[in-house]
Design a protein around this ligand. Structure first.
Ligand code: OFO
Length: 171
């Protein structure tokens, strides 16, 4: 069982995770448009990952006897600039999501909601991994700068990102 307030805040987070998925899909489309198919693939996999974050939280709310409230998803930008700008924006977005997850955890602790604390721990760990993954891409991007050959090599590396493992299905 979750409190009314926790239900509201988890539903807000579902919306933010949907926005994350939406933004990464828009980034994927943009990368395709500028001819960086490896970057586009990485962003497409990130979209799939975020879609799972949505579903996992959705299932948790329902499993706790709560009500899911799906709200309108904000429109993401259509243009993202250079590969470096794309990944800087990605890092800033993930840092924002990390702060949101931590705020949720603060609420779960305040409410002595042990089940939600355990549930959110998965997201806390996931955010550490997500920020590290983005930093691992930003480092070589900084190194190659505007060098086209270097960018192509990074593009080939990003094309190898594997599809995230599916979550166990609930329904
Ligand atoms: Fe990128 O972790 Fe969810 O939003």
């Amino acid at each position: 069982m979750i409190s009314e307030k926790m239900q509201v805040e988890l539903n807000e987070q579902v919306n933010k995770e949907f926005y994350s998925a939406y933004m990464y899909l828009a980034m994927s489309a943009y990368c395709n448009t500028i001819g960086l198919t490896g970057f586009a693939h990485w962003m497409r996999m990130q979209y799939e990952e975020e879609s799972m974050h949505v579903t996992k939280m959705y299932d948790y709310i329902l499993g706790q006897g709560g009500a899911v409230h799906l709200k309108a998803i904000e429109e993401p930008p259509q243009e993202y600039g250079t590969p470096m700008e794309i990944f800087k924006m990605t890092l800033e977005h993930e840092q924002f999501i990390t702060r949101m997850i931590h705020k949720l955890m603060d609420l779960a602790i305040k409410e002595k909601d042990y089940a939600t604390q355990t549930f959110l721990q998965w997201y806390v760990t996931e955010q550490v991994e997500e920020e590290a993954n983005v930093n691992d891409i930003l480092a070589p991007l900084k190194m190659v700068g505007d060098d086209k050959g270097g960018l192509m090599m990074i593009d080939q590396q990003l094309a190898k990102r594997v599809k995230p493992a599916p979550l166990p299905t609930k329904n």
